[in-house]
Design a protein around this ligand. Structure first.
Ligand code: UDP
Length: 336
């Protein structure tokens, strides 16, 4: 199939001349999902046109990176080119009205709450679909991960890693508290856009090291070396103004494919995806030392976590599921 994949076009924070690429230079969950999915679609022999991420490295004969990021440019390209399916990850920056003649439309919802456009929308977890009040006809397809983009490691170092926005809804403070209770170092990596919150962590969590936003080899090493990744998302107001309901948690599959187990709360998708690759702990920041130590001791082995990750999130399997969805839509099926 000829597939137009539309990434969410976002500029690199602090540098209006550059776009966040696919894969992203640093922080970027949607851009990683798009990257892994494109890898999977290419592995299945599809031809992919990537919009919304100019400057990305194509690196494959069947991948074309289109120089279009502003919605008007993307619409112009879509109207002038023939593809079989347009798969939108841009959270509604293009609409089904913008399709090339004869093309089918589907989207993946990456946010919390209801999507801008419900037509042929795929959800990344049951919790996200329920929060969007979408019906059972709307498919749930897990986030993909390409194992070749990560490093599997058995012998772990002793630190616990938080990798994400340093924000209240992502539970960075609680991650530092858990590590402190367990008596191990915490490494907190990610952009600290809410400066007051980061300052509070620095003040209250002397053992936690905030290393800033990471990318490239440093990010891969941090994930594979960690004893566990902490995903302690909290039910507080999120970046889009509603109660945070973790939609897909990219970082869980990234950790698991690296053989790194996950310690998570039961927020949003996490109870669906963490069992088997980690353990669930309560909300909040009050952890007894004995409890935190016992959670760490009960984590599954690196080999087991990696095996589960490949069965659950391998990018080719996920791309196959999307290909089935594309076929159904081209055969006339639709849902909203
Ligand atoms: N990430 C990164 N560098 C950082 C912090 C995060 O590359 O310094 C990546 C992380 O590996 C993940 C993504 O950003 O792929 C965050 O996505 P996730 O779904 O975990 O969180 P959200 O999209 O809700 O912020």
């Amino acid at each position: 199939m000829r597939i137009a994949v539309v990434n969410v076009p976002l500029r690199v924070p602090g540098d209006p001349t550059r776009w966040i690429t696919v894969p992203p230079q640093g922080y970027g969950g949607i851009q990683w999902v798009v990257s892994h999915l494109v890898d999977g679609l290419l592995a299945l022999g599809h031809e992919v046109h990537l919009l919304g991420a100019p400057g990305s490295h194509a690196g494959h004969p069947d991948l074309r990176v289109v120089d279009a990021a502003e919605p008007a440019e993307m619409r112009r390209w879509l109207r002038g080119n023939r593809v079989d399916i347009v798969h939108d990850h841009s959270n509604g920056r293009i609409t089904p009205r913008d399709l090339p003649p004869g093309a089918a439309y589907c989207s993946t919802h990456h946010l919390t709450g209801a999507p801008e456009i419900g037509l042929n929308c795929v959800y990344v977890s049951g919790a996200q679909r329920a929060a969007a009040r979408a019906g059972a006809a709307a498919p749930v397809i897990r986030l993909p991960v390409n194992p070749d983009r990560y490093r599997f490691r058995r012998d772990k170092k002793d630190y616990l890693l938080f990798l994400g926005r340093i924000s209240a809804h992502k539970g960075a403070l609680e991650a530092a508290a858990f590590a402190r209770a367990a008596g191990v170092p915490a490494v907190l990596a990610g952009p600290a856009w809410e400066e007051e919150y980061a300052t509070a962590i620095r003040r209250n969590s002397p053992g936690a090291e905030l290393v800033g936003e990471v990318g490239g080899a440093e990010r891969v090493e941090l994930i594979s070396d960690a004893a566990a990744v902490l995903v302690l998302s909290q039910p507080v107001t999120g970046p889009w103004g509603d109660l945070w309901c973790e939609p897909g948690a990219t970082v869980v599959s990234e950790a698991a494919v690296s053989g790194t187990p996950v310690i998570a709360t039961a927020n949003g998708c996490l109870p669906e995806i963490v069992p088997g690759v980690g353990t669930l702990v309560p909300y909040g920041e009050r952890f007894e030392p004995g409890y935190a130590e016992s959670r760490l001791a009960a984590l599954p082995s690196a080999d087991r976590v990696r095996r589960r990750a490949l069965a659950r999130w391998d990018h080719v399997g996920v791309a196959r599921r999307y290909t089935e969805v594309y076929r159904r839509i081209r055969d006339g099926e639709s849902w909203s």
